[in-house]
Design a protein around this ligand. Structure first.
Ligand SMILES: Nc1ncnc2c1ncn2[C@@H]1O[C@H](COP(=O)(O)OP(=O)(O)OP(=O)(O)O)[C@@H](O)[C@H]1O
Ligand SMILES: O=C(O)[C@H](O)CO
Length: 523
């Protein structure tokens, strides 16, 4: 993980109190530069899903400190609390858990990305660090999000801790994205190297995270409910930060505390689909064949409480609220944006135009065909929870500045060898789309940022663009199409206006996919 340590310049915070339309609202929204507001709202989205606030929302102790409450369930605490965790956001989650429950904690083991402690220290994020003599042992591994020997050692330590628990014990499991690579425990005779090769091949051939994790579960001792099984008969509470569209607990980090059906047929279909079935190593065939005839069937997880404590939707809800406070009519479009980045960019370009025309019908804006094209594209993208009609209706009735919010994870098919990330590439493409249909009398801005603060292998979280992007680029001799052809969005934005369009937050310590913000502000 690159040491992206620059903190977001703190934009002047507007007084965050509800305001009514028509009066001070418009003034407030127009007083601050649009780009500052966009960065502020991105920051508030991320702030809602930082480990500290999330853990404090999810857990509470009774006044005597003997009962732990999680949702509507209570657990007795009597020197019986253990903790394990794995994922990119788990260091901060463990620090928050230690802060809340430290006096009851007997022992803990977490598996987190290589270099994360040093990065957090360097960034001055002390709240993301464990205490000096913590009872939680930290393993760092899985460089480049691939399972390695260090992550394997961590997984074994976690397994050992779980297997030593008794019926009176309570195991707190902290899970976030990146957890699959940080908890590798291949079922023998499958080796770590074989698992690594298979996951790399599947990912490179475009397998979805659902497909990838179906295979990982079938080949792992701890995924697909294996960790919960190892901890039995102890009670298990899993606190899960979702980095997958729709928050499916069985997919996030390959569901180590969620019963899995271990469907071998599903695995074979997936391996077939990506042309990998014929060349499978013998060990993988052996494990799959064994799972098919496993007399014990799927693990049962009746002793487990799985709770999603943070998600993209939660982050968007916070940003939406703050946007309204700033005077915007704010609408969440979807927390499940997915699909090819080119189509997603085209969608946002058309959306800006159609929404602009609804906002000020007198301007020369979207035609009926473009309106139809937007709906067609939305249908093609198959966004499950898309609130397009509601958003357009809200825009039509807004009479003032509008902010449309969305989240998710579009896909970039890498063809070039440039430097970039999903968010920067999306922003660059949306910028190109916006330039094609200038909307007079309306300022438009689009921002895309990764909630973890690191977009691909760059030190930026994302970027923001306006319809003027193409002319700005041309004035500086930057050919957008060439940068796009090389997947070189980071280099483009570094050059453009001295890098001012890049979003810099440093590692945020959380991870709930990407945040997209589209602003339309009548001049
Ligand atoms: N040059 C590039 N241009 C555009 N996208 C890129 C480029 N290089 C990598 N990516 C994209 O970045 C993503 C990998 O980045 P990263 O390591 O942040 O993983 P991630 O999937 O975003 O993980 P997380 O779940 O933590 O967000 C992939 O989606 C990949 O397609
Ligand atoms: O770790 C994983 O499997 C992915 O980040 C999805 O949660």
């Amino acid at each position: 993980m690159a040491a992206a340590l620059q903190l977001l310049p703190r934009v002047a915070r507007a007084p965050l109190r509800p305001l009514l339309w028509g009066g001070p609202v418009v003034r407030l929204a127009s007083d601050m530069a649009l780009a500052e507001q966009a960065q502020q709202l991105f920051e508030s989205a991320v702030g809602a899903v930082l480990p500290g606030p999330m853990l404090h929302r999810a857990l509470s102790l009774d006044p005597g400190g003997r009962q732990l409450k999680v949702r509507d369930r209570s657990f007795q605490l009597q020197q019986n609390l253990y903790l394990v965790g794995f994922g990119k956001a788990v260091l901060g989650m463990a620090a928050a858990a230690e802060d809340l429950l430290g006096q009851h904690l007997v022992q803990g083991v977490i598996s987190v990305p290589k270099g994360i402690r040093a990065a957090m220290e360097h960034a001055g994020k002390r709240e993301m660090l464990l205490k000096p003599h913590s009872r939680v042992q930290v393993f760092e591994g899985a460089e480049n999000n691939l399972p390695d020997r260090d992550a394997l050692r961590a997984a074994l330590a976690i397994q050992q801790l779980a297997e030593g628990l008794m019926a009176d014990d309570l195991l707190l499991v902290l899970i976030s994205g990146g957890g699959s690579a940080l908890l590798p425990a291949p079922i023998p005779p499958v080796t770590l190297e074989e698992k690594q090769t298979l996951t790399k091949l599947l990912a490179a051939r475009g397998a979805t995270i659902q497909e990838l994790n179906t295979i990982r579960k079938a080949l792992s001792q701890l995924k697909g409910g294996g960790l919960a099984q190892a901890a039995y008969p102890a009670q298990v509470v899993s606190l899960i930060l979702s980095d997958v569209v729709g928050d499916p607990v069985e997919v996030i980090a390959s569901g180590p505390t969620v019963a899995s059906a271990h469907n071998v047929q599903d695995c074979l279909h997936i391996l077939n689909r990506y042309g990998l079935r014929a060349a499978l190593p013998r060990s993988v065939k052996t494990v799959l064949a064994r799972a098919d005839s496993d007399p014990h069937g799927p693990y049962s997880c009746g002793h487990v409480l799985n709770v999603i404590i943070g998600s993209n939707a939660l982050a968007l809800a916070e940003a939406q609220q703050q946007a309204e406070v700033l005077g915007y009519r704010a609408v969440v479009l979807s927390a499940a944006m997915q699909g090819d980045v080119k189509n997603v960019a085209q969608f946002y370009g058309l959306l800006a135009q159609v929404a602009g025309t609804r906002l000020i019908p007198s301007i020369a804006g979207a035609s009926a065909e473009e309106d139809a094209k937007l709906h067609e594209l939305a249908a093609e993208l198959q966004i499950p929870d898309l609130q397009l009609e509601q958003a357009l209706e809200a825009v039509a009735g807004a009479r003032g500045p509008v902010c449309l919010l969305a989240g998710g994870e579009p896909t970039v098919l890498l063809r070039g060898s440039g430097k970039g990330g999903r968010n920067q590439e999306l922003a660059l493409r949306v910028g190109a789309e916006l330039g094609r249909w200038p909307l007079g009398h309306i300022d438009v801005l689009f921002l895309s940022g990764g909630s973890d603060g690191q977009d691909g292998p760059t030190e930026a979280a994302g970027a923001w663009v306006m319809p003027e992007l193409a002319s700005q680029a041309a004035a500086e001799g930057l050919d957008m199409a060439t940068f796009l052809a090389h997947n070189d969005s980071y280099t483009f934005f570094c050059h453009l206006q001295g890098g001012t369009h890049l979003l810099h937050t440093g590692l945020t310590g959380t991870n709930v996919m990407d945040i997209h913000l589209l602003f339309l502000r009548p001049r």
